[in-house]
Design a protein around this ligand. Structure first.
Ligand code: 2P0
Length: 361
């Protein structure tokens, strides 16, 4: 039986012969983290994230109809203008996974050109922006084939496809806040795709800021695939998945009430728990660097002294995301420049904020 029949393209009448679609999609930062999955690309717990605005991937998908349908996919990949063969396997397996939902892929020769607004190997999740941008491009092509698809269905299918490329990517299609994973208290939530947070969001979160401190740009010690895998047989995994579920319930309330102290508590606890899971798996990893800890302590000290609502979160790496309300922007940026830049590699940081997701470029 076919899984998710609602995402299978109805009979194809006519295919456009050639053209190009260009899309751009942002990264996102999880507040409640996705860490642990089961086949195929289904999360062990629901996660919720801020969609970012400026950290983006722009992808152009050039398509040309082949003379006859072949058994293989035919695509070329250019990253920042140059051929990039090491990205090909990931796209090959993405195509294999999504083909049954977008069965026209083998009928085209594709040239995929992609570039990021953020530095390569900066530790910013390029799989989230990259896979969501590609999925969104594919849906722009599907729209030309299936003009009856509604905008809402198109967004949902883009998220569904993006998930099959990289789990967190499904949360980048829409914004400002998305939820991925079935959760009893989030209406319409699903393991198969992310949805826009379907409740009222307090104005405290409008234009919420995320300044990303680039602490260490070294190669990732643990790929996300390995990382997720470490949650199988992990001594604390079940408790962790339950905790994430409870934290989503808490955040649902916090996003509505605007209680920033409660927000800080959930978000920082989630970040440290994610790293605690890695420190307590076998094999074990420490992905924070000394400067990560120094920054965290500075943030706590600043908060204590000023009462600011600044907090941190972490991805599966050493970089620190600083989250704070737009109303505190000037003071926090002064603090970052005077106290935190010294801990960043080459003094690098990226000022981003909450954003609205993928779009045509
Ligand atoms: C997240 N991360 O929720 C968590 C927190 C990193 C830390 O999702 O294997 O690249 O492609 O599904 O999405 C990173 O993992 O993993 C991730 P795959 P993905 O954002």
């Amino acid at each position: 039986m076919m899984d998710y029949p609602q995402f299978v393209l109805p009979k194809i009448i006519e295919l456009p012969s050639e053209g190009v679609v260009v899309c751009t999609s942002p990264s996102n930062i999880a507040l409640v983290k996705y860490w642990g999955k089961r086949p195929v690309q289904l999360p062990e717990n629901a996660s919720i994230s801020f969609t970012l605005d400026l950290c983006r991937t722009t992808t152009s998908l050039r398509y040309k109809k082949r003379d006859k349908t072949a058994v293989d996919f035919d695509f070329e990949l250019l990253f920042e203008g140059k051929p990039k063969s090491d990205f090909k396997p990931k796209i090959q397996s993405f195509f294999e996974r999504v083909e049954k939902y977008v069965p026209f892929l083998k009928q085209y020769t594709f040239t995929i050109e992609t570039s990021n607004t953020f530095p390569h190997s900066s530790g910013i999740a390029s799989s989230a922006s990259g896979m969501s941008a590609l999925a969104y491009c594919i849906m722009q092509l599907e729209k030309k084939i299936n003009s009856e698809i509604t905008d809402a269905a198109c967004l949902q299918k883009a998220s569904f496809l993006a998930r099959l490329g990289s789990g967190s990517a499904c949360r980048s299609i829409e914004g400002p806040i998305t939820v991925w994973g079935k959760h009893q208290e989030i209406r319409g939530s699903s393991d198969a795709f992310a949805i826009k947070f379907p409740y009222n969001i307090h104005h405290n979160f409008e234009n919420y800021q995320d300044t990303i401190l680039l602490i260490d740009k070294g190669e990732k010690q643990v790929s996300s695939t390995v990382g997720h895998d470490l949650m199988h047989g992990h001594p604390f995994s079940q408790k962790r998945f339950e905790q994430a579920t409870t934290n989503i319930t808490k955040l649902k309330e916090i996003l509505n009430s605007g209680d920033l102290d409660a927000f800080i508590e959930v978000v920082e606890s989630e970040a440290l728990t994610l790293h605690a899971m890695m420190m307590t798996s076998l094999p074990y990893f420490i992905l924070m660097k000394p400067n990560t800890l120094l920054v965290i302590n500075k943030v706590w000290q600043y908060r204590k002294e000023t009462g600011a609502k600044l907090c941190f979160t972490l991805d599966a790496g050493a970089n620190v995301h600083l989250l704070y309300p737009n109303s505190e922007k000037d003071q926090v940026l002064d603090f970052i420049k005077s106290e935190l830049v010294a801990y960043c590699q080459n003094g690098q940081y990226i000022s981003d904020k909450i954003g609205l997701g993928a779009k045509k470029a």
